[in-house]
Design a protein around this ligand. Structure first.
Ligand SMILES: Nc1ncnc2c1ncn2[C@@H]1O[C@H](COP(=O)(O)OP(=O)(O)OP(=O)(O)O)[C@@H](O)[C@H]1O
Ligand SMILES: [Mg+2]
Length: 275
């Protein structure tokens, strides 16, 4: 799809279609939806950031919340190499001495009134964040130096950034932090929620295996270990495959130990309940 801005044709990105459902932890979902609300003609939507350990469900929550609003969702994966033009508009050579301007998922969401997820935003440099400063305050626009255009966000445009609380990240300056508010922290789920998350992601999973993995995860959470639902899903998935293949048919000791060992390493075995 092509949209013309100030006489410049812009090629838009495609929305992301994922089949995810958010399970449990309804409070963080409501906080995110509340941050996006506009409750008065003088009000503004906020630009929340979701913080939590890798695999705790940040991207899933952002996507599921956007889908609850029935909007198009555009995921913009941030990395250490993300440049300001990657966030906005990139020129692509098209034939002889002709340029095609391609809008990023973020700019596409701005134009279409969709929702942009700036995923793993903490990996992005300050320079790239700086290009978004006017978008994140009451100006709600970006300026593309490359294409020489100013793009205003559609009134329905919303955004959310996800960030890991690990060390492989830039420390963002205060003027960026203050524009990415509120900060919504995703913590480990309760036992019944964790079981439901495993069930949602492994609908074909055996109850016994899912219970076993849930117990393992809860033990690890109690010790403030970094293991998350993603690890649990991988362990359960692998254990079921091992058993299916007949490598290790016994649940305790056999398949489960191998799955935990080969997913998280030896230290993880200390959280296995002894029977
Ligand atoms: N509440 C939940 N409901 C449904 N699925 C969940 C939930 N929490 C976690 N998951 C599942 O756990 C896995 C990891 O979630 P996700 O990718 O959203 O984590 P993340 O925090 O974005 O991780 P990363 O920091 O590595 O990007 C996914 O398979 C997701 O489906
Ligand atoms: Mg993620």
């Amino acid at each position: 799809m092509i949209v013309e801005i100030e006489g410049i044709p812009l090629h838009l990105a495609h929305p992301d279609e994922l089949s995810v459902t958010w399970v449990g932890q309804e409070e963080v979902m409501r906080q995110l939806l509340a941050a996006w609300l506009v409750i008065d003609s003088a009000d503004m939507p906020m630009n929340p950031r979701l913080l939590g350990k890798p695999g705790v469900g940040k991207t899933t929550l952002a996507y599921a919340a956007a889908k609850r609003l029935g909007r198009e969702v555009y995921i913009m994966q941030a990395t250490v190499d993300t440049r300001p033009e990657d966030l906005l508009i990139t020129p692509v050579i098209e034939g002889e001495s002709k340029l095609r301007y391609v809008a990023s998922p973020l700019v596409t969401a701005m134009l279409r009134g969709g929702i942009a997820i700036l995923d793993e935003g903490n990996r992005m440099s300050e320079k790239s964040w700086a290009s978004l400063a006017p978008l994140l305050d009451n100006r709600r626009y970006v300026e593309s130096i490359v294409a020489g255009v100013k793009i205003k966000a559609h009134p329905l445009f919303r955004m959310v950034a996800t960030m890991n609380d690990d060390a492989s990240t830039f420390d963002l300056p205060e003027y960026i932090h203050s524009r990415l508010q509120p900060q919504i922290l995703i913590d480990f789920p309760e036992r019944h929620e964790e079981f439901a998350i495993l069930r949602e992601n492994l609908p074909f999973g055996d109850d016994k295996i899912l219970n076993y993995v849930t117990d393992f995860l809860q033990q690890a959470h109690a010790a403030d270990e970094r293991y998350t639902a993603r690890d649990g899903i991988n362990i359960a998935r692998y254990a079921m495959k091992l058993m299916h293949e007949g490598v290790d048919s016994a649940l305790d000791g056999g398949a489960m130990t191998t799955a935990i060992l080969e997913t998280l390493g030896e230290e993880a075995l200390r959280y296995v309940a002894r029977s």
